[in-house]
Design a protein around this ligand. Sequence first.
Ligand SMILES: N[C@@H](CCC(=O)N[C@@H](CS)C(=O)NCC(=O)O)C(=O)O
Length: 261
Amino acid sequence: MAQSQKPKFTLYHGWSSSASRKVRLTLGEKGLAYDGRVIDLRSFQHHTPWFKKLNPSAIVPCLVLENGKILVESNLINEYLDEAFPNPPLMPEDPIDRHEVRRWSKYVDDVCLPAVQKPNWSKSMEPIAKKWSDKELQEHLDAIPSQERRDLWLRMARNPFKPEEIEKALDVLQDMCMKIEAYLKKSGGPWLFGERYTLADINVAPYVFRFEEERPGKLAPLTRDWWARVQQRPGFKAGEIGGYMFDVKRGIDEAMPEPKE
Ligand SMILES: N[C@@H](CCC(=O)N[C@@H](CS)C(=O)NCC(=O)O)C(=O)O
């Protein structure tokens, strides 16, 4: 925690966004201060032209450096932070282990994020999207830059996830927790890669949090103890991860005003 407390960065983020939570955990772990700008996904601030100038993919998080350089993609932002601010190091020394950390990060993004979106969006986005008229829906879809995201919003508006699809998505997160359990057994703990807390622990943590919220008490013993330790980390308090609906409401209350061009 030796880094400067002067804000060096501007973080555009969502309180309830798992990808944003990963970056807040890393900033917190490194003791890096930042100026946080809350983007309210429910009022589509991320689909506005000014936000798409920051991140053309229209997603959070997005980190703006002191020199104006814009970084996107939570796994890559976290690796940048670890390289630029190496104290404490959040990657293992061994190149093979580093490769494995990156595999965890990719797995989280490719598999766990699409899974968590189902319970999350059913709670936060569906109540809004289903009220749109066809014209409003089309306007929203037209502002979204990727087909994948358009499909997601279309589903929320007209064909929301069924309870069995949400259960299947939670099974995916349960599978993630079982992988964590196996890894902790192999490494001997206290962290996924042994003695050093790494970006693998950080990048899975928001997903374990959501799994534990949705299916309380289901973590296997090593993962349960690991999770208790994660919550004691300096970065966890600083990362301000609250209950999902609490953070959704916080995101609405604290949304940044639209900047003047
Ligand atoms: N791979 C990206 C995923 C980011 C992402 O999907 N962010 C979500 C919130 S967790 C988002 O902004 N969704 C808005 C939308 O899809 O409309 C990352 O890790 O940064």
